[in-house]
Design a protein around this ligand. Structure first.
Ligand code: ADP
Length: 286
């Protein structure tokens, strides 16, 4: 099958016809492609350049791919297949044609509470699946990693950053981590709660950004920004917060809590009144 002239050709990818470039990542380019052997929907193909990666990055990638292969949830971008050539790793991914949530936020400035609730709930379902069913932590929940599928209006979390929780002193393989997570939170232990808490912090930052159009800890000076993150220093002072309900602010504040043990876990998040709120959450008049 002919490759469009402006598209590169990669060894071992003959089955797919690259149609357009969707974007670039670290060491990678992502393309929309059609499968010449079947009439299935188009896919996204992530081509990673091995020669730009060091050994550690390759090992991390392989671990992430091994985990991603086992993930099966409507709100987690599906890894359909993965293989490699001498110079490249290839990942055949479910296509999310709606692009990144980040671009939606930038173009709309901020999202309504109703839309924010819709998006964050789907993200939370993905995180609940990762934490409670699979025993893995995503570690990089942010607007750039939430891809949108407009046909089903389903936001999906990229699977790539999924990692098993790192438990100092206990070198468990993934199967053990999964069975521990299934056994219940009590068996996971404080260290793991802290690890899962990373994603809850990410959900808090994401919700804050959707509701106000600004990230919670932004500062042009990186040092100042880092200090703000370390101290959990943020405020609901921008004008966009005036019309946001107290319930939404309450939820954000219970996620952007420095001590991970005080932070909501994913079950508590999903049980919060704002998540269950009416479509027309009453705006605050404060
Ligand atoms: P990295 O994680 O290395 O930064 P990404 O996975 O974010 O790279 O991919 C780079 C670009 O490709 C991003 O702009 C992203 O929106 C796009 N992209 C990645 N995966 C898909 C997908 N499954 N469907 C549609 N676009 C995707």
């Amino acid at each position: 099958c002919e490759v469009p002239s402006n598209m590169p050709s990669y060894p071992g990818l003959d089955r797919w016809r690259l149609l357009e470039k969707l974007g670039d990542g670290a060491f990678s380019s992502v393309y929309r492609a059609s499968d010449t052997k079947s009439q299935h929907r188009d896919v996204a193909i992530k081509v990673m350049r091995k020669y730009e990666m060091n050994d550690r990055q390759k090992t991390n990638l392989q671990e992430e791919v091994n985990i991603s292969r086992k993930l099966d949830h409507d709100n987690v971008v599906r890894l359909i297949d993965s293989f490699e050539s001498r110079q490249y790793y290839y990942m055949i991914l479910e296509l999310c044609p709606g692009g990144e949530l980040y671009d939606q936020i930038v173009s709309l400035t901020s999202l309504s509470e109703q839309m924010s609730r819709h998006v964050i709930t789907q993200v939370a379902h993905a995180v609940e699946y990762l934490h409670d069913t699979m025993g893995v932590v995503h570690r990089d929940i942010k607007p750039e990693n939430i891809l949108l599928c407009p046909s089903s209006a389903t936001p999906a979390v990229t699977p790539m950053e999924g990692r098993k929780p790192q438990t100092p002193g206990i070198d468990k393989d993934r199967e053990e981590a999964v069975s521990i997570a299934k056994a219940g939170a009590d068996d996971i232990g404080v260290v793991k709660i802290a690890d899962f808490g990373v994603d809850m912090w990410g959900i808090g930052c994401l919700l804050f950004t959707m509701l106000s159009g600004f990230p919670p800890f932004y500062d042009e000076d990186l040092k100042v920004m880092t200090r703000k993150v370390m101290k959990g220093e943020y405020s609901f002072s921008s004008p966009n917060w005036e019309s946001v309900s107290p319930e939404a602010k309450d939820l954000v504040s219970k996620l952007l809590t420095i001590n991970p043990e005080d932070r909501l876990n994913i079950k508590e998040f999903l049980a919060h009144p704002w998540v269950w709120g009416d479509e027309d959450t009453t705006p605050s008049n404060e």
